[in-house]
Write a protein that binds this ligand. Structure first.
Ligand code: BGC
Length: 735
């Protein structure tokens, strides 16, 4: 539709219809093609609003979507199509690793392909918008939603944000196989105080600008169609009612022209947060602050009409938001094709096709991080050994995390199935060993999270002990229950569940050759696991090909190459813990007789495994690191060239990381900041030079006077396979 036709449509719409476009009705209110009247009325939606609604959420599969689209369009006075939105976070049915796992691949190009794959499947089934990517910076492993982010680093997250938007949206969102992306949660949702979900966020302006906001900006620069507000208050102002952020920063400064949706019920919560007197005041605040669409509550539906009639909300404001909704529909081409090229046959062709499964496998392999490998216990030998695979994840199928709405156990390859596929002639035995969770742990809130079946715990343990005793190597498959992370999944104790800790302890009494593979949605406190294991692999929730990926990695059919996108704390007492912390006036120099230095009395300062850490099955030598010049100016960037050689005895992939430290500034600077990375695959004996460019813009930060720029002075350069690398060179930025 042309711009003038859209305007004509808007001009012809009644106020009720326009307000309708600003409402998203929850999918659970729709059955067949109609709204279930009782529950809808109870929630406060009436017929006039729900059939005028602009969007709905969490309706999946083509047949359902088509039926609803047809019936809603027939009832909408101007036959305006509905937008179908959904949380397709790490794949539709072809489910790949959770975002935190993807972060560990340091491979945004792969994540672009994954997002494109997810879009192909979702779009073929009729979805128009995905509520992804989530780009909230995360530094506190207690927060359950760290699994939805790509980690603790601003630059890494920005690269992934851009890649995801490009992947979902393709060249043009009107094309078949593309969906509109929605970046979330704006802003600062990743830093809830004490890691408790929905808690307040207090961040200095500088921290926000330099660390937390750039990934959202990267998504906006990549052309993201939608932004979602966050639940939290940000420096005492609720994000969903924050004019400065949503109008001044997002729209005026960053030039975002797309649609802004609240998070679920976030407008309503303005009242509970204590900044609005009642529901109408909440609606008034949100619409003025720039929230176009109300997610799944009737707050806009019940309030906006009255607010307009009372003159509190100018109708022009409703028109502005309504136009943004119409524009998105128009860019998707819905006025011409309300199903957006979706088709049953197409869905059958793409959903879970071989090509998609192969991509899931590649992603799962790349996301696994080998944290430790003492005496090269890994890879496992392919013959002549007795290997026991023990733990509740040994044959588990729910390997895709809590957000995978369409994930199915029958689509998923378990570790046992993966092991059995590998051509090896060991004696392999399998035992569950224990329940996944303490039966007292409450499993509520997410679908498919039933309590575990009753088991005879004694019998499980005895079986596992017997198999472990006979084994040359024991592979423990342990981890969090999927429901322990994700939204509402904050934890004060981030160890693996108690029954599994007990199992590991008992097994380690009869066999000391232990390799542990962990499944989890967050970095864990693994002191006990680490102590009892010769090798530890962090597998996150790897998706439907997870079991196959783990089997291939364990037996060396492929090589681990992941690097931590989020530090593993030593214990929960350290969090938030992150590599790019600031210099202190009293840094700890290792002298424990000196009490008055910045340190803990009972735990180390350093995390157990830092950001960027991850082993491979080979060894890389950083042969040389050379700067093209030891001075640079705004106009003359320099480069750093890294010569890297595979000196081990097999092929491997290293993620070469480049960090910079700004020695002095008008404000305190972080001890190190990631500024470049590249995945390099080298055959045995092969070497290669990797070159990173360093330009003036990479050195900029929010200065003492709040301007954003670089300051002349000395900078250190660090290059290596982890954030814990030593300095390699320095240069001076001249004025
Ligand atoms: C979450 C969002 C999600 C929305 C819709 C909210 O509870 O915070 O991330 O997109 O629900 O499912």
């Amino acid at each position: 539709m042309k711009k003038e036709d859209l305007q004509a449509l808007l001009n012809d719409m009644s106020l009720e219809e326009k307000i309708g476009q600003l409402i998203q009705i929850p999918g659970f209110l729709i059955e067949g093609g109609s709204v279930i009247t009782g529950p809808a009325l109870e929630m406060g939606f009436d017929e006039e609003t729900y059939y005028n609604a602009g969007a709905t959420l969490s309706i999946f599969t083509f047949e359902r979507i088509r039926e609803i689209q047809d019936q809603f369009m027939a009832r909408q006075p101007h036959h305006i199509p509905l937008l179908f939105m959904g949380d397709i976070i790490n794949g539709y049915r072809s489910i790949y690793p959770i975002p935190l796992g993807q972060g560990c691949s340091f491979d945004p190009a792969l994540s672009r392909e994954l997002a494109a794959m997810s879009a192909r499947e979702s779009a073929a089934e009729g979805l128009h918008v995905t509520f992804s990517p989530m780009v909230d910076l995360v530094r506190d492993a207690r927060w359950g939603r760290v699994m939805e982010s790509t980690g603790e680093d601003t630059y890494l997250n920005s690269c992934f944000a851009k890649a995801a938007v490009e992947g979902y949206q393709g060249k043009d969102i009107a094309d078949a196989g593309s969906v509109a992306a929605c970046v979330k949660h704006f802003a600062g949702y990743g830093a809830p105080e004490a890691g408790r979900d929905y808690n307040v966020v207090e961040l200095s302006d500088r921290t926000l600008k330099d660390d937390y906001l750039p990934p959202y900006k990267a998504a906006v620069d990549a052309g993201v169609e939608m932004v979602m507000t966050s639940f939290n208050t940000l420096n005492r102002i609720p994000a969903s009612g924050n004019t400065e952020y949503m109008r001044t920063l997002l729209r005026d400064t960053w030039g975002f022209h797309g649609m802004l949706i609240s998070d679920w019920a976030a407008i309503n919560e303005l009242e509970l947060q204590g900044v609005a007197d009642d529901m109408a005041a909440s609606a008034n605040m949100a619409i003025h602050a720039g929230v176009d669409m109300d997610m799944c509550t009737p707050v806009y539906a019940l309030s906006l009409r009255k607010l307009v009639k009372e003159g509190k909300v100018p109708e022009a404001l409703i028109d502005e938001s309504c136009m943004r909704v119409l524009e998105l529909k128009n860019r998707l081409g819905l006025f011409e094709d309300p199903y957006h090229h979706a088709h049953q046959t197409k869905a059958e062709q793409v959903v879970l096709c071989d090509e998609h499964r192969a991509l899931c496998l590649k992603a799962a392999e790349e996301s696994v991080v080998l944290l430790k490998n003492k005496r090269d216990i890994l890879p496992l030998k392919k013959e002549g050994q007795n290997i026991a695979f023990i733990g509740p994840y040994a044959d588990a199928h729910r390997l895709y995390g809590v957000w995978s709405m369409l994930g199915r156990e029958e689509d998923t390859v378990s570790v046992k199935e993966g092991i059995e596929e590998i051509g090896q002639s060991n004696t392999c035995t399998f035992a569950k060993g224990c329940r996944m969770l303490d039966p007292k742990f409450p499993l509520t809130g997410f679908h498919g999270m039933e309590q575990e079946e009753e088991t005879d715990d004694e019998e499980l343990l005895l079986d596992a002990m017997m198999k472990a005793k006979r084994a040359d190597v024991v592979v423990m498959l342990l981890g969090e229950h999927p429901a322990q992370s994700g939204e509402g999944g904050s934890r004060g104790d981030i160890r693996i569940p108690k029954p599994q800790r007990k199992l590991l302890k008992e097994i380690s009494k009869v066999n000391s050759n232990i390799v542990t593979v962990l499944f989890h949605g967050r970095p864990l406190d693994i002191r006990g696991v680490d102590r009892r294991s010769k090798a530890v692999m962090a597998a996150w929730f790897p998706g439907i090909e997870g079991g196959r990926a783990i089997a291939r990695l364990l037996f060396g059919e492929s090589e681990p190459s992941g690097k931590l996108a989020m530090s593993f704390p030593y214990s929960v007492g350290q969090v938030p813990v992150y590599y790019d912390h600031f210099a202190t006036g009293r840094p700890f120099n290792g002298d424990i007789t000196n009490r008055f230095q910045s340190r803990y009395q009972d735990i180390p300062n350093d995390p157990m495994y830092p950001f960027g850490h991850g082993l491979t099955y080979t060894t890389f030598d950083y042969v040389s690191v050379e700067l093209s010049s030891d001075t640079m100016t705004k106009e003359t960037p320099i480069t750093v060239s890294v010569r890297i050689k595979n000196i081990g005895n097999r092929k491997g992939t290293e993620v070469v990381q480049m960090y910079i430290r700004d020695l002095k500034g008008s404000v305190v600077r972080p001890v190190k900041k990631l500024k470049g990375f590249e995945r390099v695959t080298l055959e045995q004996g092969e070497e290669k030079t990797v070159t990173f460019r360093i330009d003036h813009s990479m050195l900029a930060f929010t200065r003492a006077d709040m301007t954003f720029d670089a300051e002349p002075g000395t900078f250190y350069v660090y290059v290596g396979g982890s954030s814990a690398v030593d300095k390699h060179g320095e240069f001076t930025l001249q004025a």
